[in-house]
Design a protein around this ligand. Structure first.
Ligand code: NAD
Length: 478
């Protein structure tokens, strides 16, 4: 792929290769698209030193100047969107138009946080005469961040933008399977004039990098997006150093479809959204709880639309869904489908790997899935929907809350009283009614329960990256 970039580490404002490089594969063809240098311990130590110097400079840079570098980088990435999207499709497999939308979304995340950089207001607390109390926010320090493979551009944008807007420096370990998005972010920020050391980008063996970075007291925040299991492990490591964490972890999103809704529109919207990014989205709608009076009609339309999804190489303009990102997902989905069917679930469409090259899996719908099936508790993270009937809203809310996760949840209804009960009753960081959108730059995004804590985006987004300092100033010595 001619527009796939040469891959490097980025440390102290310089591009770096190492003696050890490993292939990056196109999941649609299983062919090598590039080779990625993996960091040694000495590279990580250089990144820590650089980040320390970068923090010294950046934390003393005016918020408006930080914002302007971010705005400029976003403009550069918008100009390069075709080249970046091509690289993302080559390494991740998603359809090119979806990769392009992801680039734009990444720019929007950066632009939002750039604006927020100038609005991290403190406050003055009313006080007795002769004394002043005020609250002031300061950048927390060096951030060690880890971003996953499902959104190679927008996921690292979240962390890089949050840290840089707040005045922190950051060492980002982006995904080794999809490194090009993060590399393009570093390129754009470099070209926009970001001082050396403020952003450092490394790749390698994930556990070696997280063990090494989190073990250093200079690191003042660990920010991770990925599975709950890894998030729990990194949180444990960080706790040894009392380092705070920002954790965006797994989800198993419920969709409650009430009897009063437009059945056809809700079913088609559900089937289309489910297959976006081949279901590899932490907010992907997965457990559909549909009122029994509309269950048959809803399921029939959903299955028809899901089965009609055009699956193939993301460079084909007609394709709606690409391959899974790697072979691990194909195996995990096959096991979950087999287990559910053995326990009595109805396989309404799909259920298997698609023969031939690439990690393709059929759009899959299971109906009447028993609660004992593994997939009712484990996040499938793939193009798999579960549709089960419920007899009341209370039952649907109970089932929605019956998993350890609480990230996104969705409801379809026109009744205000139903909306109210869902807002109050569902345990999730994000509840969306009549839409399957859960995350925008201007809205706070994050989970409850095993889906993690902390928020990205919205006016809350920079809070994790800053400390709150209380100042007491008495005009005379007391
Ligand atoms: P995984 O649990 O092995 O890895 C998940 C992510 O964590 C990857 O990006 C990986 O590089 C990173 N990672 C793994 N071990 C690490 C360590 N010790 N230190 C730092 N980073 C580490 O699983 P996987 O097969 O890559 O992905 C599958 C699961 O991950 C899915 O079931 C899903 O739950 C989760 N996931 C979630 C998101 C999300 O947006 N929340 C994104 C990608 C993957």
């Amino acid at each position: 792929m001619s527009t796939y970039p040469d891959l490097h580490l980025y440390i102290n404002g310089e591009w770096r290769n190492t003696a050890n490089d490993l292939p990056v594969l196109n999941p649609a063809t299983e062919e090598e698209v590039g080779r990625l240098p993996h960091a040694e311990k000495s590279d990580l130590d250089d990144a820590l030193d650089a980040a320390e110097q970068g923090f010294e400079v950046w934390s003393h840079t005016a918020p408006i100047d930080r914002a302007n570098v971010l705005y400029k980088a976003a403009t550069i990435m918008r100009e390069r969107q075709g080249e970046i999207a091509t690289a993302i499709t080559a390494e991740h497999g998603k359809p090119l138009n979806q990769a392009r939308l992801e680039v734009i979304r990444g720019c929007e995340f950066i632009e939002w946080d750039a604006g927020e950089a100038t609005r991290t207001y403190g406050r003055v607390i009313p006080s007795a005469p002769g004394v002043r109390y005020f609250v002031h926010h300061q950048p927390i320090g060096i951030v060690a961040a880890f971003s996953p493979w499902n959104f190679p551009m927008s996921q690292p944008c979240r962390k890089v933008a949050g840290a840089i807007a707040s005045g922190c420096s950051i060492i980002l370990k982006a995904s080794e399977e999809t490194p090009a998005g993060a590399l393009h972010i570093a390129r754009a920020l470099h070209d926009a004039g970001l001082p050396p050391g403020v952003l450092n980008l490394v790749f390698g063996t994930p556990s070696d990098i997280s063990d090494h970075l989190i073990g250093h007291d200079q690191v003042r925040l660990v920010a991770f997006t990925g599975s709950t299991a890894v998030g729990r492990h990194l949180t444990t490591l960080a706790a040894q150093h009392m380092t705070p964490v920002l954790m965006e972890l797994g989800g198993h999103a419920p969709v409650i479809v009430c009897e009063d809704t437009d059945v056809q529109a809700a079913a088609i919207s559900g089937a289309v959204r489910k297959m976006r990014n081949a279901g590899q989205v932490c907010t992907s709608p997965t457990r559909f709880f549909v009122h029994e009076s509309i269950f048959d009609a809803y399921t029939e339309t959903f299955v028809r639309r899901a089965a009609a999804t055009v699956v193939g190489d993301g460079f084909d303009p007609d394709v709606e869904m690409g391959p899974l990102a790697n072979d691990r997902r194909v195996e995990a989905l096959t096991e979950l489908v087999d287990d559910a069917c053995e326990r009595g679930a109805e396989l309404r469409t799909g259920g298997s790997r698609i023969d031939g090259k690439g990690y393709f899996f059929q759009p899959t719908v299971l109906a009447n899935v028993p609660d004992t099936a593994r997939v009712m508790q484990e996040e499938p993270f793939g193009p798999l929907a579960i549709i089960n009937p419920v007899s009341s809203l209370d039952e649907a809310i109970d089932k929605a809350n019956s998993v350890p996760y609480g990230l996104a949840a969705y409801g379809f209804t026109n009744r205000a009283d139903y909306v109210d009960r869902m807002i109050d009753g569902i345990e999730a960081g994000n509840v969306s009614i009549n839409t399957l959108e859960a995350s925008l730059p201007e809205t706070p995004f994050g989970g409850v329960k095993s889906s993690g804590y902390g928020r990205e985006g919205g006016t809350e987004g920079l809070h994790n990256y800053m400390i709150t300092k209380n100042i007491s100033h008495s005009l005379s010595i007391v």
